[in-house]
Design a protein around this ligand. Sequence first.
Ligand SMILES: Nc1ncnc2c1ncn2[C@@H]1O[C@H](COP(=O)(O)OP(=O)(O)OP(=O)(O)O)[C@@H](O)[C@H]1O
Length: 596
Amino acid sequence: MLELLRRYSGPYRKYFVVGPACKLIEVLFDLFTPLVIARMIDRGVGARDVHAVAMYGLLLVAMAALGILFTLVCQKMAALASQGMGTVIRGELYEHINELSYAELDRFGTPSLITRITNDVNQVQLAVALGVRQLIRWPFLAIGSMVAALLIDVKLGLIFLVSTPLIGIVFWVVMARCVPYFKQMQQKLDRIALICREGLSGARVVRAFVREEHERKRFHEAAADQTQTAITVGRLSSTLNPVTFLVMNLAVCAILWAGGVQVNVGNLSQGQVIAFVNYMTQTLLSIVYVANLVVVFTKASASASRVNEVLHARPSITDAGNGLVELPCASEAAGMLALEFEQASFAFGEGAAAAVDGVTLGLPIGVTLGIIGGTGSGKSTMVSLAPRLYDTTSGTVRVMGKDVRAWLLEQLRHVVGIVPQRASLVTGTIRSNLQWRDAKASDEGLWQALEVAQAAEFVRKLPQGLDSPVEAGGKNFSGGQRQRLTIARALVGNPLILIMDDSASALDFKTDAALRRAVKRRSEEGRASGGLPLTTVIVSQRVSTVRGADMICVLSHGAVAGLGTHDELFETCELYREICLSQFKRDESASVKGVC
Ligand SMILES: Nc1ncnc2c1ncn2[C@@H]1O[C@H](COP(=O)(O)OP(=O)(O)OP(=O)(O)O)[C@@H](O)[C@H]1O
């Protein structure tokens, strides 16, 4: 918490000074109030002096009015400081998360990041607001009331000296037991967020598989778990108020009894005893509020450490010290490799099995590579090494002959256009989604990309064309339309390598074939215009999608099980033949080789 304050309170320091200063003035009024009431009783009520009663009454009203005024100023300072700091922290967190590599994002998980950026920052905001408003008030009021009471009568003050530590001990015992639960509550909130996210984003699948009851049960279990922890904390902390008030009321009784004796012998006036009771109540109530502040700050501290954990995470993939890579011109391109894997391996975390295992292959510029393999064979992981979404754990990946670690990330990701397996669009328009890779792309460039991606026809039919709205996640488009828009997006800005990670799975065979033809045409046009031809990597589980590729890589458990053309692999690679036979009828299989 202190670290967040140190880093982000800079522009709001004046509010942290003016706010508590106003509160301090209000506390002074609170401290003088029992004294004024005592005077009113002794000099007004006791002496039957109506004028004195009215005077002291007016003084009390004036003090209350001024107190409210200073409180309002303090409230405003607290709101400005807490909202301002919260906004800055949220902005920093969001920016920082965007800089993190896939490895760190995997480690935290999206639901946890969302909870940290929303709920955890809210807890910090609340603590800042209460800090400005209350942090000075209650301790100052407690000590001030204690001093004022002791000034009235030291002997009665002994009651203070017994009751105050007693309340302190009760709080210490209860809080020590509550604190561990606060962290647990945040973690359980993360789990609820995860279930909500999965259940809501996959609502259609849940319904299609009639999994509503299962999802409901999962949610209720997680919610019940969180509720149980909240109830445990609630039960523990609910003992605080009754115990505190019991101690406080016993102390008041003791003061009234001992004070009554003192009044009878003429050592104290009635007004002084009333003032003493007021100070006693103020002190003990202040301790209750201080304890509540401790609860808020403990929660905020747990949240702040979760926020700091993200802010401290350093992206494992950086391009510090790298310069612009000079791209080859067309005359140098002959025989040059656009993409090269040399004994490239990658594992998700230490001790995990290799998702990519010693892959070695070279892809000349302008060539099309198909990657095929069973589910979980490492296809997506392998291609994500090219734009450096992950770094190899051993071995090297080169793009245009240069180790990907030596590229500027922006340039590398401009050269390598990747269409992820999951077609994801964001709220905006078709145009704003297509311009991700090149914010200045002209309409002509966008339409060209849409033509290649087989999306131009349906976009043209939309009344607003490129300006048609895209709803969250692109949910106003079909799966196939979304896929085609994401392919078009990857083509905008003219990448030299296009990677399509199973991104045509929702397309019918005819559109899929037309897409591959259009991509090939684009590559040839690139060559004909004197530039570099497009190099393409097509990841698919369908033989029909990859069989026309110049080279096919068959992956099994992250390793290359076969590399060659369709015909070569059909002859030599057992796994490839099995995949082919499983996708074509047995009597067709004889012709599979011929057809391709
Ligand atoms: N973020 C991740 N964290 C941990 N393990 C992962 C992660 N992503 C993938 N894996 C694991 O790595 C292996 C390869 O996964 P990958 O997604 O690359 O396979 P794939 O061949 O693309 O599968 P599919 O055809 O189903 O998309 C799998 O065993 C998978 O469980």
